[in-house]
Write a protein that binds this ligand. Structure first.
Ligand code: MG
Length: 383
């Protein structure tokens, strides 16, 4: 189908009044994949696929029921690699920005899909920003390469699949009866979770932890999403959290409070992990070194697997902790980052467990542990 302006607008749901997110419910016919420029051997196509959340998701700054998402495919000689851009609104990307970016990507100029450095350097140079849209190309390309040589990525990278971390499941901020019910539900999940992540930062921190602790003694990760403004109170809270069996504290203070954050990390009895405070590789040296104990890598920030691998190398050279996380994502994005997870300390990879319209099956959580299959590429199949 020719990508003229009218067809493009019709497919992604842009009206004359401006860009709007297309409304699509489960069971409704999905729009066709949109072709990018050119018609050579490596073909990129993409389509909007809004993710429907199982439950309203609440963190320190906002609540939401769905997440904008775009699925990508790169087809080469009859083999298809899958990718995904998940775009929680607070990060500034949208289905409109991702489709605009992806429509500029011309992969037909590259004769060899294995020239990943050339290809992804080009993709990164098309426009600044757009990390999730870039990740959707990176993931599809990696999936394609694995499928072309019929091997899972972790194997090509020489990683031991037994070294994957446990993953948590996230308990959002809510009233005690809801938190209690969600915690009970979480510990009964078929995945047999060994750790939970609790969102804090809305002024009811002790109530949240005490409620979770009334149900389970599992180790807890804590994510404050920049919710604490006072470093002394933050330090007192971290000491209290340590007594409550918390393992680390993610993004405790606003990313702008760099000096306070460095002080907090110096005195904190628990590791502090940067999330909102960084996105790309250079940020680790520029913004994170000496300020946090470690980093939470997400493919939708790092522009994909290629840069995420470099981030792990740099962070380890700086003696930092490393965790991998995800946005609300399908099994595509989660299975992609799972390929790297044998290299990290902790996993926060429950994105696909939070949605009800996952179009893929892939990485599984078994007895709480990220469990990789031996399917080629990122290890997913369409359901
Ligand atoms: Mg976080």
């Amino acid at each position: 189908m020719l990508l003229n302006r009218r067809n493009f607008a019709k497919i992604i749901g842009i009206t004359a009044a401006g860009a709007m997110m297309p409304k699509m419910s489960i069971g409704q016919t999905a729009p066709a994949f949109i072709k990018s420029k050119g018609s050579g051997r490596m073909k990129l196509t993409f389509k909007p696929y809004p993710l429907e959340m199982e439950h309203t998701f609440t963190v320190a700054e906002y609540s939401r029921n769905s997440t904008p998402d775009v699925l990508t495919q790169i087809e080469y000689d009859g083999t298809v690699g899958y990718g995904e851009a998940s775009m929680p609104p607070y990060l500034g990307e949208s289905i409109a920005t991702a489709t605009k970016f992806l429509s500029k990507v011309n992969l037909t100029q590259f004769p060899d899909p294995f020239r990943i450095d050339d290809i992804l350097t080009y993709v990164d140079s098309i426009a600044v920003g757009n990390p999730a849209a870039k990740a959707s190309v990176d993931i599809a390309l990696h999936d394609l390469l694995g499928k072309l040589v019929n091997q899972p990525l972790y194997k090509l990278w020489g990683l031991n699949p037994e070294n994957t971390p446990d993953t948590d499941f996230t308990i959002g901020i809510d009233k005690p009866d809801v938190v209690r019910a969600k915690t009970i539900e979480a510990i009964k999940m078929k995945e047999h979770l060994k750790v939970l992540k609790v969102k804090l930062g809305r002024g009811n921190d002790q109530e949240m932890i005490n409620t979770v602790r009334s149900v389970t003694n599992l180790p807890l990760y804590v994510d404050v999403n920049q919710g604490w403004k006072d470093k002394n109170k933050a330090l007192d809270m971290i000491y209290w959290l340590k007594e409550k069996g918390v393992v680390f504290v993610e993004q405790p203070m606003p990313k702008e409070q760099v000096d306070d954050m460095a002080w907090l990390t110096e005195y904190s009895p628990l590791p502090t992990m940067a999330d909102e405070a960084f996105q790309r590789l250079p940020d680790i040296v520029d913004k994170i070194k000496g300020v946090y104990s470690g980093i939470n890598i997400k493919l939708m920030k790092s522009t994909g697997l290629y840069e995420a691998q470099k981030m792990i190398t740099v962070a380890r050279a700086l003696d930092m902790k490393v965790m991998v996380g995800c946005m609300t994502e399908t099994s595509c994005g989660v299975s992609a980052v799972a390929q790297l997870s044998p290299l990290v300390d902790w996993g926060d990879m429950d994105g696909n467990l939070l949605i009800k319209n996952d179009p893929f099956t892939g990485m599984k959580v078994v007895d709480g542990k990220v469990t990789l299959n031996d399917w080629p590429g990122i290890g997913i199949k369409k359901v």
